[in-house]
Design a binder for this molecule. Structure first.
Ligand SMILES: O=C(O)CCC(=O)C(=O)O
Ligand SMILES: [Fe+2]
Length: 372
């Protein structure tokens, strides 16, 4: 949405005190959240390895009968080699059943997670809008670095806008990293993002090794298929919304790359689709959400599926999340791992050049993988 040639940020819109959202933000009835978002407070995480799905009944208005309580929670036990078999099996189960799960004792210091959330929030809350706009991403091309408000680049008038502003950083490989394009306020912002990036890369590598092993593959199989990580870090800011029942912070989608690592604040709003039901990912302040993305689905020949997810809004509190995407290079050819293709399990996906996959996603929307 543009006003006199300038992009309108959702935060600016929310600050006008409007009581009804502009029509461009109203989702079609089938996409609206069924119940208004409730805010919740952060809970400290358990140290046991457990899957937290449950099938108890509740008074939710959801049409599904499952009523899962949260995504699975897996204690990585600081990658203690004595427990690697159990952790591998837990990860395999969570990948097969959900495509998304929380991890604790992941080796990333809690301080690093807190600092990342803190500098992101300070930028959005305390930096004047005129200053923020100096970092605006190019509205005419997809996935450029910087401050922005929309995800799809589409000329169609009927595209519904997300109730979200974001800042996207290109962090890896180092040849793409140019911290002078990142916020200069607060002063520690750029060093915090750089440190956070390194930790997320190391964790993504360890998780992909576990995921490979859980399918009987050699540990480096998926990482080799992805090649050098193209890592982007997106800080999303969802201002309070006067009509959360009509809007979405982020439309339903699966992530395009290989693996996404996400942290959120204690407001809550991330939901994962499970058996046709949207399950709220309850915030756990020292945990990291792992989301399998489309290229991992292709490489694993559909043994593991990428997770459909979305963000809902609420009327009382702004929400912040930080998603770290690990993608192949645009030139990489992605296809099912040969070890997983047999006579009894033929290839389910065509080989795709990752750059073509991305272009088609941005022009046509999240339409899924090229299945046979
Ligand atoms: O804000 C969230 O929790 C979800 C963000 C997300 O899915 C994305 O940026 O791709
Ligand atoms: Fe996502």
């Amino acid at each position: 949405m543009e006003v006199a040639g300038k992009p309108l940020r959702v935060q600016t819109l929310a600050q006008t005190g409007l009581t009804q959202v502009p029509s461009q933000y109203i989702q079609p009835p089938e996409n609206r959240p069924r119940k208004p978002a409730v805010t919740s407070t952060s809970t400290s995480t358990s140290t046991t390895t457990t899957s937290s799905s449950s099938s108890s009944s509740s008074s939710s208005s959801s049409i599904s009968s499952k009523n899962y309580n949260n995504i699975p929670l897996i204690d990585l036990l600081e990658f203690d080699p004595h427990h690697s078999g159990e952790v591998r099996d837990e990860i395999g189960r969570a990948c097969r059943e959900w495509g998304a799960f929380h991890v604790t004792n992941h080796g990333v210091p809690n301080r690093v997670l807190q600092e990342m959330r803190s500098v992101g929030l300070t930028f959005f809350n305390d930096c004047p809008i005129a200053n923020k706009l100096t970092y605006s991403c190019d509205p005419n091309s997809a996935a450029t670095e910087g401050y922005g408000s929309r995800m799809l680049v589409s000329t169609a008038d009927d595209s519904v806008l997300d109730w979200r502003d974001y800042f996207d950083h290109h962090t890896l490989p180092l040849s793409r990293r140019n911290p002078s394009r990142w916020p200069h306020f607060p002063p520690t912002y750029r060093e915090v993002v750089a440190e956070y990036s390194d930790h997320m890369k190391a964790l993504a590598q360890k998780l992909l090794a576990f995921i490979s092993k859980s399918l009987g593959l050699r540990p480096s199989c998926i990482e080799d298929a992805v090649g050098e990580f193209y890592q982007n870090i997106t800080v999303s800011y969802y201002p309070p919304c006067p009509q959360p029942e009509l809007t979405l912070g982020l439309q339903p989608h699966s992530d395009m790359g290989a693996i996404t690592l996400l942290i959120q604040d204690d407001v809550g709003g991330l939901e994962v689709l499970k058996d046709g039901e949207w399950v709220t990912v309850k915030p756990l302040s020292d945990a990291i959400v792992v989301i399998l993305a489309d290229q991992t689905e292709i490489i694993t020949n559909g043994e593991y599926r990428s997770a459909q997810h979305r963000a809902i809004t609420n009327s009382s509190q702004a929400r912040l999340s930080v998603a770290t995407f690990h993608d192949p290079a645009k030139t990489m050819k992605i296809s099912p791992a040969f070890e997983l293709v047999k006579e009894s399990s033929p290839p389910r996906y065509r080989q795709v050049v990752y750059g073509d996959y991305v272009s088609s996603w941005y022009t046509k929307g999240p339409e899924g993988k090229q299945e046979y």
